[in-house]
Write a protein that binds this ligand. Structure first.
Ligand SMILES: [Zn+2]
Length: 430
């Protein structure tokens, strides 16, 4: 039972209401009521076990990061300033081959700390040994989707796609009724056969789960696809029955008009990762055309080794700036559109829009409190503008996930941060 009073609420509801002098009451894991602070205080002050004074603070839905590889935080800064092919094949893939399940566990702990401390309350992982990610998540606690990677190349976690799919099935059985859920994650066209994509889709359909995959990240990938299948990536997946409203495509930098139309009709969502795309010089996703077509676009950081942080506030600002300069048009990717991508659109992309993504009665209580009494946030003419263009992850003071306070005054109660940092440091040099 948590009562938040005297706050400014950025609800991200259908009307995108901003409520001044607002109160919000959390009962167990859900938002029970929202209204004027005085009314909420009168109704719930007696029941409240904890009161948060929101004076000078912004309360908003927790940010939803729809693409990442948690354990790769251990490779932050390991290989920079390279093309994606060189970066992955010559540096990242060989380094990852030395990973053990323990690396995945420690890297995930580090990522979870970084995400909560910068306002993310729901993550999407895409990796191997997801049981280790789940172990780390359960130790600290966070909402997330565990994407079990599947590819035809051998990895440090499995030798064949069949083995990868068996691991995914095991994960599905062990996460029933959890705030964690599983997704099938065929890796990308160059590493994954269409047969593996289809097997992943069968499992995801049979279990009502999300399927996510990297798609059209580079021009090289499109050329590969055209050569192998005589079709562009979206056409191949559509024809193979992979695309529907339970599909999340990551990147989509190289879509043409026909692909945008097919994608819009399919109902699949997209995870846009502007910083990673810029850092690896992969390409620019055609955001305006995709939004016009009605495609649901969410936002992701990708891994800490192609970003190199997991701060969704940085990602929002970069998304807005990238599309403005790319189109030489400052009106595109406006602040509200970008904030939607990091909140309610993210929830929709993960099929969680009924649970999270906005502050509304009956929804799960996943929210963050930002301290707006900072020089870089003064004066405040427009809250939405500040959230996208001026705020930083470090302005997040409190994070509540599923009705529980995970961070208060920037301290995460359930974990010894120094211990996690010490463990992570051991992996700094391979
Ligand atoms: Zn990725």
């Amino acid at each position: 039972m948590i009562l938040i009073k005297n706050a400014t609420l950025v609800t991200q509801d259908n009307k995108r209401r901003i409520v001044e002098n607002a109160g919000l009451f959390i009962e167990r894991d859900k938002i029970k009521d929202i209204g004027q602070s005085k009314t909420i205080e009168k109704k719930y002050a007696r029941q409240a076990k904890k009161v948060i004074d929101g004076q000078g603070k912004i309360v908003m839905p927790g940010l939803i990061n729809t693409h990442g590889h948690l354990a790769m935080t251990l490779l932050r800064g390991y290989a920079d300033d390279l093309s994606l092919e060189k970066w992955w094949l010559k540096h990242i893939y060989p380094a990852e081959s030395q990973f053990t399940p323990h690396h995945v566990y420690v890297g995930s702990l580090l990522a979870i700390l970084e995400m909560i401390k910068s306002g993310t309350t729901c993550f999407t992982d895409f990796y191997y040994y997801e049981d280790q990610v789940a172990k780390a998540v359960r130790e600290i606690g966070m909402r997330g989707i565990l994407g079990c990677a599947a590819l035809d190349l051998p990895t440090f976690a499995f030798k064949s796609p069949l083995e990868a799919l068996e691991q995914a099935k095991k994960m599905i059985r062990s996460t029933k009724g959890d705030i964690l859920s599983v997704a099938l994650a065929p890796h990308m066209f160059q590493t994954t056969s269409l047969k593996t994509y289809q097997q992943c889709k069968e499992i995801s359909k049979g279990n009502n789960l999300l399927l996510m995959t990297h798609l059209s990240e580079t021009k090289g990938e499109v050329d590969y696809c055209l050569k192998k299948y005589k079709k562009r990536p979206i056409e191949v997946l559509f024809k193979a029955g992979i695309l529907d409203d339970k599909t999340l495509l990551v990147h989509c930098c190289w879509l043409n008009k026909k692909e945008i139309k097919i994608l819009a009709q399919s109902g699949a969502s997209v995870a846009h990762c502007p910083i990673s795309n810029m850092k690896l010089a992969s390409g620019t996703m055609p955001l305006t055309e995709m939004l016009k077509a009605g495609i649901n676009i969410s936002l992701g950081t990708d891994s800490a080794c192609s970003n190199n942080s997991l701060d969704m506030f940085e990602e929002m600002k970069t998304a807005a700036l990238l599309h403005k300069v790319n189109q030489l048009n400052p009106t595109v990717a406006d602040a509200q559109t970008v904030l939607d991508m990091a909140t309610i659109n993210g929830a929709r992309a993960l099929n969680l829009e009924k649970e999270i993504g906005s502050l509304e009665k009956g929804k799960q209580a996943d929210l963050i409190v930002l301290d707006f009494k900072n020089p870089h946030l003064a004066p405040c003419h427009n809250v939405i503008s500040h959230l996208v263009y001026s705020a930083k992850g470090s302005d997040v003071e409190t994070a509540i996930i599923n009705g529980r306070v995970f961070m208060e005054n920037r301290e995460i109660e359930r974990v010894n941060q120094d211990k996690v940092l010490d463990q992570a440091k051991k992996f700094a040099i391979f």
